[in-house]
Design a protein around this ligand. Structure first.
Ligand code: NAG
Length: 226
């Protein structure tokens, strides 16, 4: 009884504090990187950006505010649409690290605009447009997945690797357990498509993921070349 009252009081106090002090309405971010070889070798294929074939490296997909129950907010502020003039100094870095592979070929603007409008606006009280893109670029630098994997002998050469080895390498290299999303190549083989890490609500540190998305990889998955 006593405990219950205390926890109720605690709940009220913390609940009020969190309303007063912290205005972002989400619990953590997913930071998602994708392997271009696995985007492109599917049945659906891909289109290189107008700026040319991207480097054979993981590219950023996005930084997505999420709730602890697995759901997520989206399109949070139509009054604050993507505005490229706010990130003009980041364009060349975005072209390199956050390349679009959607068809028809694009110059990146549609991809970045989609990511900001759908996801970025949901953390705008924490990160304005420039900070959102800059922060995401910084996380890619911090979690150099290709380097981590190749150091562990896991190379994008079309061979298969155990999912456990891939997870273990990333856990060892970043300090945090990743979630791996697979897709299938045009022959139906399960392959390494996207890697999820989690970031706290301050947008400054990786944290263990409170919840992982749904989906399943094979126990051995291909790491295609690009
Ligand atoms: C991409 O093309 C659109 C339309 O021509 C243009 O407004 C935009 O500034 C371009 N973006 C980049 C990054 O060059």
């Amino acid at each position: 009884m006593k405990l219950n009252c205390l926890s109720l009081i605690n709940f009220l106090i913390l609940g009020c504090l969190s309303v007063v002090c912290v205005s972002q309405d989400f619990d953590f971010f997913y930071f998602v990187q994708q392997w271009p070889g696995s985007y492109c070798d599917t049945k659906q294929s891909c289109c290189y950006p107008t700026t040319g074939k991207p480097a054979a490296d993981f590219g950023i997909h996005g930084l997505w505010p999420n709730y602890n129950d697995g759901t997520y907010p989206s399109n949070c502020d139509p009054s604050n649409p993507f505005d490229q003039s706010q990130i003009s100094d980041l364009i060349s870095s975005l072209q390199k690290n956050w390349p679009t592979l959607a068809c028809p070929s694009g110059n990146g603007t549609a991809f970045w605009s989609h990511e900001w409008d759908k996801h970025g606006t949901c953390s705008e009280s924490l990160l304005d447009q420039r900070a959102y893109f800059q922060t995401t670029l910084n996380f890619k630098k911090q979690a150099n997945l290709l380097q981590i994997l190749t150091t562990a002998g896991i190379r994008p050469n079309g061979e298969s690797y155990s999912l456990e080895d891939i997870k273990g390498a990333i856990q060892g290299g970043t300090g945090f357990a990743p979630w791996i999303e697979c897709n299938t190549d045009s022959s139906g083989n399960s392959q390494l498509y996207q890697i999820y890490l989690c970031v706290d609500t301050s947008g400054s540190n990786f944290v263990e993921c409170p919840i992982f998305p749904n989906g399943k990889c094979g126990s051995n998955i291909e790491f295609p070349s690009f």
